[in-house]
Ligand binder design. Structure first.
Ligand SMILES: NC(=O)c1ccc[n+]([C@@H]2O[C@H](COP(=O)([O-])OP(=O)(O)OC[C@H]3O[C@@H](n4cnc5c(N)ncnc54)[C@H](O)[C@@H]3O)[C@@H](O)[C@H]2O)c1
Length: 257
């Protein structure tokens, strides 16, 4: 028995981790709608899920564009009959280069980061919640980050935006728990994924070694499948009493109480 059979899940944001989430949800029997602001990339993942015998569709979803989010939820409802799960995963990572410290960060970089990583998460949630409640309840997952709760001298906007996602998660868990909606954050440590192939190999090895040096597990850093394994648990009925939590997938880097 596949663990997500009969469920419909919207994954908002593909890329290295989001593609793995979509594939894993599809392999476990879910009908998957993949939304990304580069829909061609999502289409390739949807095609792969279908070729493997699963069910998936791709749609343009931009976290800055409320209509595109509404359309993705409508696609799930119209084509697959409803929505059981929302996983918001996208992030404005191209802003990272200029996301410096509080004194120097250009305000447009701050605004663009918050618009996608905080406001975009809120928009996806407000459109998905009524659909999930109509289904009798379900699971909302946000991809967060340890940046929300460890100290960092740089990336002030990214850290603030990720903390916003963690706060949104607690709000959703508390406000809609009585109607059967669970909400959790998966906070990955450093994840090596297909996007790293575009990096010079020396740089990738350097970053990977830095990740290993701060983790308790030294043999490797995280893979996207480590994140999606937690996603499957939280989306599945086996996770039906888990809500309001931040699940760190970081090889023991943070070990929060
Ligand atoms: N890779 C890591 O080491 C790591 C660590 C901690 C947290 N995370 C988090 O994991 C998530 C995925 O990161 P990733 O490493 O897979 O990055 P990625 O760049 O591979 O994927 C990000 C995806 O988001 C999409 N996207 C960007 N802006 C968007 C928008 N406005 N609307 C819709 N889609 C948009 C991109 O097109 C891309 O497909 C992010 O939330 C990131 O903050 C990643």
């Amino acid at each position: 028995m596949k663990r997500l059979e009969g469920k419909v899940i919207l994954v908002a944001g593909g890329g290295g981790i989001g593609n793995a989430l979509s594939r894993h949800y599809g392999a476990e029997g879910a009908s998957v709608v993949i939304g990304d602001n580069h829909p061609d990339r999502g289409q390739a993942v949807a095609d792969g899920i279908v070729a493997a015998g699963g069910t998936a569709a791709s749609i343009r979803l931009d976290g800055r564009d409320e209509d595109s989010i509404a359309a993705a939820v409508a696609l799930a409802e119209q084509r697959y009959g409803g929505l059981d799960g929302l996983h918001v995963n996208f992030a404005a990572l191209s802003e990272a280069r200029d996301d410096s410290d509080v004194v120097n960060i250009p305000l447009d970089v701050f605004d663009r980061t918050m618009e996608v990583n905080a406001r975009g998460y809120l928009l996806c949630t407000r459109h998905a919640i009524p659909a999930i409640i109509a289904r009798g309840g379900g699971s909302v997952i946000y991809t967060g980050s340890a940046a929300a709760y460890v100290s960092e001298p740089v990336r002030v906007a990214y850290a603030m935006s990720k903390a916003a996602g963690h706060a949104l998660m607690r709000h959703v868990a508390a406000a809609y728990g009585p109607q059967g909606v669970r909400a959790n954050v998966i906070a990955p440590g450093m994840v090596r994924h297909e996007g790293w192939d575009r990096m010079p190999p020396d740089m990738a090895t350097g970053i990977e070694n830095a990740g290993k040096s701060v983790a308790a597990i030294k043999s490797r850093i995280a893979r996207p499948e480590d994140v999606s394994a937690m996603g499957v648990l939280l989306m599945s009925d086996a996770g039906s009493y888990i809500t309001g939590q931040v699940m760190g997938i970081d090889g023991g880097t943070t070990m929060r109480p």
